[in-house]
Design a protein around this ligand. Structure first.
Ligand SMILES: [Zn+2]
Length: 361
C-alpha cells in the first residue's frame, strides 16, 4: 500500500500542494482498523489532518472503539474494531463523562499546553483504567508545548504506562518536534505528508537498509556503513557545488573587478554550505525515520504503520533482533548527531562516526 504514511513524493519545500499519495479520511480509518484487526494497538498515535475538530472526532471514535462494552466486531486478540454506540461506555464517551478518557487542550489565554497539564496527565495515566479497557489521552494541538513541557511529555511517551493509548492531534505536524513525531504512529486524515526524501536519498537509504540487515552488529560492518554514508554525502556536496558554481556570476563574466570577485566567491561558498546543510538535514531526517521504524518493529508494533512501507520486511528483520531499549537508543543517537551538526561547527566526519558507530543494527 502506498499512502501518506509511505514515502511522500518530493515536492517544493513546505508548499501545501495536494498530493496523490495522501490518504483520505476513510483510507486512514481503514488502515487503523486493519492494524487493530491484526492485534496491533500502538501506544501513541499522531493524527494529522486539516481541522482540529475533525481530528478530535476521529480520536474520540478510537477511544469509543477501544472501550466499547459490546463491540460488533473484534480483531485477532480481542481488540474491538468498531463501537456499538449503544452501551454505557459508548454513551459516556460521547457525553464527555468517561473516566478513562482525558483531553488535554491548549489553555484558552496562553494558547499553550502547560507543564501542569502534562504533569496532571502523566499522573492520571499512571493509574489503571477504572471502567474501560484502555486509558485514552487525547492531546489536542500537540504542537503547542514549550521546551520543558515537551520534555516532560516526551518522557511519558517513551515510557508508556500499560493499557494507555496517547492520541496526539495536530494540523501543523511541521511545528511538532521530530522527536515527538518519531515516537508516534502517524495517521494522516487528509493532512500534509511531510517527510520528503529526494530520489537519490531514497535509493541510497534503501541499499543502506538492505546492507544493515545483512551486516549485523560487527564493528567492521558499521565502518562499511559509515564509509557508504560519507560517500553519499560527498557526492551530494559535489552536485551542489557544480550546480551553484555553474549558475554563479563568477563564471558568466570574465572581467569582474577583484573586490567584487572576492565578495561573490564568499557568497557562493556560504550559499553552497547552506544548501548542503539543508539537504544533509533532510537526508538525516530520512535516516531517523527509518530508525524509528526499527524501534516500532522492536516494540512489535504493526507494520502497517511503519513509515517506509517498501522496506517493511527488512525493518522488521533488524528491529526484531533488538530490544526496544536498544532501538530507542539508536533513535536518540541519530537525533543527538543531528543536533550536533545543526547547532555547532563540529567536524562532520567525526560527528557521524561517533553517531553511526553507536548504532546497533
Ligand atoms: Zn459500545
Amino acid at each position: 500500500m502506498n499512502s501518506g504514511i509511505a514515502l511522500a513524493k518530493r515536492r517544493p519545500y513546505k508548499t501545501p500542494v495536494p498530493d496523490a499519495s495522501q490518504m483520505t479520511a476513510s483510507q486512514a480509518t481503514d488502515l487503523l482498523r486493519r492494524s487493530l484487526a491484526n492485534g496491533r494497538l500502538g501506544h501513541a498515535y499522531l493524527f494529522v489532518g486539516s481541522t482540529i475538530e475533525s481530528l478530535e472526532s476521529h480520536a474520540t471514535e478510537l477511544a469509543r472503539t477501544l472501550n466499547c462494552q459490546s463491540p460488533p466486531a473484534t480483531g485477532e486478540t480481542g481488540i474491538p474494531l468498531e463501537p456499538c454506540s449503544d452501551c454505557i461506555a459508548c454513551h459516556k464517551v460521547d457525553s464527555g463523562n468517561f473516566p478513562d478518557l482525558d483531553f488535554v487542550r491548549p489553555e484558552k489565554k496562553s494558547r499553550i499546553i502547560s507543564i501542569d497539564q502534562i504533569r496532571n496527565l502523566t499522573r492520571k495515566v499512571s493509574l489503571k483504567p477504572t471502567e474501560g479497557r484502555y486509558k485514552v489521552a487525547i492531546i489536542t494541538g500537540a504542537d503547542r508545548m514549550l521546551g520543558p513541557t515537551f520534555n516532560a511529555f516526551l518522557k511519558t511517551l517513551e515510557e508508556p504506562p500499560e493499557r494507555t493509548v496517547f492520541i496526539l492531534l495536530t494540523v501543523h505536524p511541521d511545528r511538532l518536534g521530530e522527536t515527538v513525531r518519531s515516537r508516534c504512529m502517524r495517521v494522516n486524515f487528509g493532512g500534509e505528508a511531510d517527510v520528503q526524501l529526494e530520489a537519490s536519498d531514497a535509493a541510497w537509504l534503501k541499499s543502506f537498509v538492505g546492507m544493515s540487515a545483512e551486516t549485523g552488529e560487527g564493528l567492521m560492518g558499521r565502518y562499511r556503513l559509515l564509509g557508504k554514508l560519507m560517500e553519499h554525502l560527498a557526492a551530494k556536496r559535489d552536485t551542489i557545488e557544480e550546480t551553484q558554481e555553474a549558475a554563479s556570476a563568477l563564471n558568466r563574466y570574465a572581467d569582474i573587478e577583484p573586490t567584487l570577485r572576492e565578495k561573490l566567491k564568499e557568497e557562493l561558498k556560504a550559499s553552497i554550505e547552506a544548501e548542503y546543510r539543508r539537504q544533509r538535514g533532510q537526508f538525516l531526517t530520512g535516516l531517523q525515520w527509518w530508525l524509528r521504524d526499527i524501534w516500532l518493529a522492536a516494540l512489535r508494533q504493526g507494520r502497517e504503520l511503519l513509515h517506509f512501507q517498501d522496506w517493511a520486511d527488512t525493518s522488521e528483520t533488524v528491529g526484531q533482533r533488538l530490544s526496544p531499549e536498544q532501538a530507542l537508543e539508536n533513535l536518540q543517537s541519530i537525533e543527538a548527531t543531528q543536533r550536533l551538526l545543526e547547532t555547532t561547527n563540529v567536524q562532520e566526519a567525526l560527528a557521524l562516526e561517533v553517531g553511526l558507530l553507536k548504532l546497533k543494527l
